[in-house]
Write a protein that binds this ligand. Structure first.
Ligand code: SF4
Ligand code: SF4
Length: 419
């Protein structure tokens, strides 16, 4: 690949990221302009897909259908494109054509029969593990009573602990060939860059191990590409030989190939991971499915890699945290089986526990109890406050027992998926 190709890659990425930012700000008209600019550089299915989404939001359904057709033409094995084309065609008043597109999505992936259930389940479980479930008016309430203050502190730190489950997680799916460390195009294009501390540690590591830096690292001078500076974290832009640059891992030569690519997991939104296909090549640091520089310098992986989890990885991190699965259960299962188990387990967790109405109602009752105690603390009525704290404790104990019962039922059903 020439340097010009790197420059074009970054320009396309810049236009696409700008469009995403503009969509976030609600400036859809300008977003369309940027997506068109990205397409002018390269005709990629994912940009056409983004364009179809924006046009759909603006109400230009015919334009959206046209853009989605182009995405389908460029990536005909992507089920979500057919599914979304079905939604557009329904809005256009063509349920007959929509049905055809939906059938194509299901033919490529049976899970499209229950896609709404899957995406909803992913949202529910993800929300539960973000640790934000306790409203701020409760967790941050200033109270005078020591017992109540301790209760609020415990709830706050419990929420943070849950939030840490998904922070820089280590994926427990041992049978995965680490699809997420395979890339079509250079890692530079995907924003995988190395910060100064990790780079220092890596250079020392290379000296110790006799590794030639040029075999594993590549440097890109950011000045060569207009806008490049806005695409990388500022701390990852470092001076190398006096030139402001980003450093990123090279790739190995052997592409993933069609056989392993059949078992690719999906993203957390159940979308295809567009940067991995049969031609994707592994990062230079991938050794036997593991990151060989994971703990070099005492930092887990690279910042840009460490937060990624596909849907399968995400579900198994959650299941591992709950103590429902371990290495022994997963051993011997193929990636295809684990991808499928992950989706079923996700739905069981969402419907049986984290989105379960009975559990949610009991959680609301606990919160109301806590709010009543906070109110009594403010009113200064200690007798009533003691009563409310005792009531809260009863409610909380009941809620814990109920949730444990539902978790146990979910555990049994999920264990059954492995047999
Ligand atoms: S996050 Fe997904 S793709 Fe990456 S190693 Fe885990 S299961 Fe494999
Ligand atoms: S640096 Fe490690 S985690 Fe990141 S892509 Fe390479 S092998 Fe994977």
């Amino acid at each position: 690949m020439t340097d010009q190709r790197d420059v074009d890659d970054l320009k396309e990425k810049y236009y696409h990221s700008m469009a995403a930012a503009l969509i976030g700000e609600g400036d859809l008209e300008e977003a369309v302009v940027y997506l068109q600019k990205a397409i002018d550089i390269r005709d990629t299915p994912y940009v056409w897909h983004s364009l179809a989404g924006v046009l759909r939001e603006t109400g230009d359904m015919a334009g959206a259908a046209g853009a989605m057709s182009r995405a389908i033409k460029l990536a005909p094995c992507t089920p979500e494109y057919y599914h979304e084309q079905g939604l557009i065609l329904r809005q256009l008043g063509r349920p007959d054509l929509a049905g055809e597109q939906e059938c194509k999505a299901v033919a490529l992936d049976r899970n499209y029969e229950r896609i709404d259930m899957i995406t909803r389940a992913a949202e529910i479980v993800e929300r539960a593990f973000r640790g934000k479930d306790v409203p701020e008016d409760v967790v941050k309430a200033a109270v005078r009573n020591e017992e109540l203050a301790l209760i609020l502190e415990k709830i706050g730190s419990g929420g943070q602990r849950i939030g840490n489950v998904l922070k820089k997680p280590s994926c427990p799916v041992g049978s995965c060939p680490a699809y997420c460390c395979h890339f079509t195009g250079k890692l530079l294009r995907h924003g995988v860059t190395i910060g100064p501390w990790k780079l220092d540690a890596l250079l020392r590591h290379f000296t110790e191990k006799g590794i030639e830096e040029k075999d594993v690292l590549e440097t890109f001078p950011v000045e060569q590409a207009k806008y490049a500076e806005s695409l990388f974290p500022p701390q990852d832009i470092i001076k190398r030989n006096g030139v402001r640059s980003v450093v990123f891992p090279r790739q190995k030569d052997l592409p993933l190939g069609s056989e392993p690519a059949r078992d690719l997991p999906r993203g957390r939104d159940y979308r295809t991971l567009m940067w991995i296909d049969t031609s994707a090549k592994p990062c230079a640091f991938l050794e036997s499915g593991k990151c060989s520089i994971y703990d070099v310098g005492g930092e887990p992986s690279l910042d840009s890699c460490s937060s990624f989890l596909c849907m399968t990885g995400f579900v198994f991190v959650v299941l591992g945290h709950l103590g429902f699965t371990d290495e022994a259960m997963m051993a011997g299962k193929t990636m295809r089986e684990l991808n499928s188990i992950a989706i079923d387990a996700l739905i069981i967790l969402a419907q049986g526990v984290y989105g379960n109405e009975e559990v949610a109602a009991s959680e609301r009752a606990v919160l109301d109890g806590l709010r009543s105690a906070i109110e009594e603390d403010r009113s200064g009525n200690t007798a009533l406050l003691d009563k409310e704290i005792a009531r809260y404790r009863d409610l909380e104990q009941g809620h814990r027992a109920l949730k444990s019962m539902h978790l146990e039922k979910a555990r049994q059903r999920i264990t059954g998926l492995f047999t």
